[in-house]
Design a protein. Structure first.
Length: 77
């Protein structure tokens, strides 16, 4: 290898004022926690199931109203 090319990384470090790391450490944005399935958060479970049941009840009620409205308008024709 040409000697001037061998000095290029050292020259770049000298001019930039920073030192390039010899090895790169990769840090994950996620970290592993202990499995918490043995202690479920019952408040979240109850709120989730209650919200789901409430939304389904609203959806079915709205569907019944829409069917009645459809049949009422269909009879007007």
């Amino acid at each position: 290898m040409v000697p001037s090319l061998m000095l290029l990384p050292q020259l770049c470090r000298l001019l930039s004022g920073t030192r390039l790391p010899r090895h790169t450490l990769v840090r994950s944005a996620f970290y592993v926690r202990d499995n918490q399935n043995d202690k479920p958060n019952w408040l979240k479970v109850i709120l989730t199931l209650g919200t789901t049941a409430g939304l389904w009840a609203f959806l079915l009620h709205q569907r019944e109203e829409d069917i009645l409205e459809y049949e009422r308008r269909k009879g007007l024709e």
